[in-house]
Structures are given as structure tokens and as C-alpha cells.
Design a protein around this ligand. Structure first.
Ligand code: SF4
Ligand code: SF4
Ligand code: SF4
Length: 371
């Protein structure tokens, strides 16, 4: 039996679904940490745009968002343009996740169909090119130089925090560049996460929290989405409307990012999954575009999340990302939350005094994967 849209939506006041659509699984880079095992094959959606539109007519509404992902979606601009023009009547928002190496080739009209462009980049040239390939950093910068002046939406830097990439150095390098509206990082999705150098990473992240708050004290709001996401939830927990714009309370069974309810992946086969990390896992298949969505996915359905409901930081974190559920990553998350909680009175005082504006926390209502 298929579920209706209303049966999927469970987060109060959040009436949107983020559809992440694989434009391809092929890619023109070969990043060393890539989990996209088919990156070398030229694999494209095997459904037609008409079949996609028929599915969206059943499940999607105005205000939903479509993100084009991959592989590298920008190698299929024609297909993406087709989807955008065939879904115009829905009044969707659009985003694209890209490695950025062709961004400057897009005509401004094409670029400006997107609300947000999420660019994968791992810090300074040396650190980025070690993982993403020699010469990649300078290519991305060349392309941002062309795209930034013409693109009207937000450009977001997405960084992977690998074991030997210095997060502090990388994030500072990214925030010093003039292209990004926000920066966030995710921990490397590795199988041997026990080998992740947690203590060293914590030193880097704690230094970054100091750097961020020192800048706030100077009235400089450096938008680090990874910290902002935590701080808005901490402010929200205090229930004081003076400091937050949103109600972030979530049902107990929901992942913080909304995966499995408000956030879904449409794979090239037409199969639908809660999260890109789960593509191909039949136990986490939610349905397909031909028959519809037959099941939602809850926290307990994911491996590694059993401990989350008992976690003291559950209300803030909500197993924010499956990447972060191994204990090594959790220890970083918990310490980051605790560190920012310590800094909360100062942040509130800075808002009260007008040194920073609470509105600066909210740069876009349609950003996901923000932790
Ligand atoms: S750009 Fe993305 S999809 Fe391509 S190899 Fe790198 S991580 Fe994988
Ligand atoms: S910190 Fe870890 S255990 Fe706690 S809620 Fe987040 S992911 Fe779950
Ligand atoms: S934020 Fe993490 S858990 Fe949520 S959909 Fe993205 S990768 Fe999956």
C-alpha cells in the first residue's frame, strides 16, 4: 500500500519535502574518499522526465525543493534543464550539488534557476587537491570567479573533514574566500572510523569555536552552518522568541535532517531512499517513482542509532546525520554542542547588545545537510 504525502510529513510546521534527484552517478573527478562506487560509469536516470513528473504530481507541492545530485550533476545540464522546465508549474525551489569545476561554463540564466549552489571544496589548495585531485582547487576558484558575480542565490561550501585534513585550517581558508555565504563540514564517511583521530579533531574544532565567537564579538558574523545549526537549536531549547525564528522541535522518531519523511533521494533506477548513504540497501528502500512511496523510515531503522534516544544531547542533535552516529564522531558532536552551550550566554549578550543580529543565523530556509 502506498503512503500519502500527509502520512510522510511529520515535523510540525515543516510542510516541505526535499527531493534529491540523481542526475547521474558519473563524475569528472576521482576524489579519494568518494562513496559513489559507480563514479567511473556513465550512468543516467533510466526513467523518463514524464515518469518523474507523474510521480511528483502525486507527492510534491509548491514550496518543495529539488536538489540535483550525483555523481557530478553538472555533466547533465540538458537533462536538468528539462526537469526544471517540466516541473515549472510546481513552483519548486532548486539546488545543485557540484564539484564546481564547470560552474563558470553555465550561462547566467541556467545558474539563476537555482536558489542555492553547494560546492564541494576541502579547504586550501594543498588540502583540497590531496583528496580531490591535483589542480582541482584552482579550477574551482577560476569557476567561482566567473559564477559568483552573476549568481543571485547562495553559494555554500561543503567540506569533508578527513582524518588528516586540518579542519581548523581548512575552514578558516574557506571563510577567507569571497565566494561563500556559508561553510559546513561533514565527517568522512569511512568504514574504519575507529581509526579517526578524534582527539586531534577536537582540538581543531574547539579552536574553531573560539575563532567563530571571537569574530562574533567583533561584530563579524562568519556563517559556519555546522555551528549555526547547533546554536539555533540551543536557543530554541530555551524557548525564548527573542533569540530564534523557528520551532526546531522534532518528533522523537525523526532524524534531525528529516531523512525518510521530509527528505528523499530519487536514484537513477527510480528507487526512493531516505538518504544517499542508504542507496542500494533494500531494507531502507522507501518505494519507487512508478508505484509510489510504500514506507517511511524512522531513527530506529538506521544502524548505529539505537543509542541516540538515550543520548543527553538527543534534543539538540537528533542523530543529525548518519555519518555522525559512530561513537568516535558522536564524541565530537557532543563536545561541540557542550562547547557552544558554554558560549551561549555570550552569544545572547551579543544579540541583546546589537553586536550581531539574530537574523544573520538564518541565511536560507531551504538548506539541508547542515550539521
Ligand atoms: S566530486 Fe563528488 S561524486 Fe565526484 S568523485 Fe568527488 S566526491 Fe565523488
Ligand atoms: S551525539 Fe551521537 S548519540 Fe547523541 S544524538 Fe547525536 S548521533 Fe546520536
Ligand atoms: S544529513 Fe546525513 S543522514 Fe541526513 S540525508 Fe544527509 S547523509 Fe543522510
Amino acid at each position: 500500500m502506498t503512503l500519502t504525502r500527509n502520512q510522510l510529513l511529520v515535523i510540525p510546521g515543516w510542510d516541505a519535502i526535499y527531493w534529491e534527484i540523481y542526475a547521474t552517478t558519473a563524475c569528472n573527478l576521482r576524489c579519494s574518499y568518494c562513496y559513489n562506487v559507480t563514479q567511473q560509469e556513465n550512468t543516467e536516470p533510466c526513467y523518463t522526465i514524464g515518469e518523474l513528473v507523474s510521480f511528483l504530481k502525486k507527492y510534491a507541492r509548491k514550496g518543495d525543493s529539488i536538489s540535483f545530485i550525483g555523481g557530478e550533476p553538472s555533466i547533465r545540464t540538458g537533462w536538468i534543464s528539462g526537469v526544471i522546465s517540466e516541473t515549472r508549474a510546481f513552483d519548486f525551489r532548486y539546488q545543485i550539488y557540484t564539484n564546481g569545476i564547470s560552474l563558470g561554463k553555465f550561462p547566467p540564466d541556467f545558474l539563476n534557476r537555482f536558489d542555492n549552489i553547494l560546492v564541494s571544496i576541502d579547504g586550501d589548495e594543498e588540502q583540497n587537491d590531496r583528496y580531490r585531485g591535483q589542480g582541482t582547487f584552482s579550477k574551482v576558484i577560476e569557476n567561482l570567479e566567473i559564477a559568483r558575480p552573476v549568481f543571485k542565490g547562495k553559494i555554500i561550501a561543503r567540506m569533508t573533514a578527513t582524518a588528516d585534513n586540518n579542519v581548523e585550517k581548512s575552514v578558516k581558508a574557506l571563510t577567507a574566500l569571497p565566494y561563500f555565504d556559508t561553510v559546513y563540514w561533514q565527517y568522512e564517511n569511512r568504514k574504519d572510523f575507529h581509526a579517526y583521530p578524534t582527539e586531534q579533531k577536537w582540538d581543531e574544532i574547539r579552536n574553531l569555536t573560539d575563532f567563530w565567537v571571537e569574530n562574533l564579538e567583533q561584530g563579524r558574523f562568519i556563517h559556519l552552518q555546522t555551528f549555526v545549526s547547533i546554536v539555533v537549536r540551543l536557543l530554541d531549547q530555551e524557548g525564548n522568541q527573542a533569540y530564534h525564528n523557528e520551532d526546531y522541535s522534532l518528533p522523537h522518531f525523526t532524524l534531525g535532517c528529516g531523512a525518510g519523511h521530509h527528505y528523499m533521494q530519487i536514484y537513477i533506477t527510480g528507487d526512493i531512499y531516505a538518504c544517499p548513504e542508504l542507496v542500494g540497501q533494500s531494507c531502507n528502500l522507501m518505494g519507487d517513482i512508478y508505484t509510489g512511496i510504500t514506507q517511511s523510515v524512522r531513527i530506529g531503522d538506521f544502524s548505529n542509532t539505537d543509542k541516540c534516544p538515550q543520548c543527553p544531547e538527543f534534543e539538540v542533535c537528533h542523530c543529525r546525520c548518519l555519518h555522525c552516529t559512530p561513537c568516535e564522531y558522536c564524541s565530537l558532536l557532543k563536545r561541540t554542542i557542550a562547547e557552544l552551550r558554554k558560549k551561549l550566554p555570550l552569544i545572547k549578550a551579543l544579540i541583546d547588545s546589537g553586536t550581531i543580529d539574530k537574523e544573520d543565523f538564518y541565511i536560507s530556509e531551504h538548506l539541508e545537510e547542515m550539521f
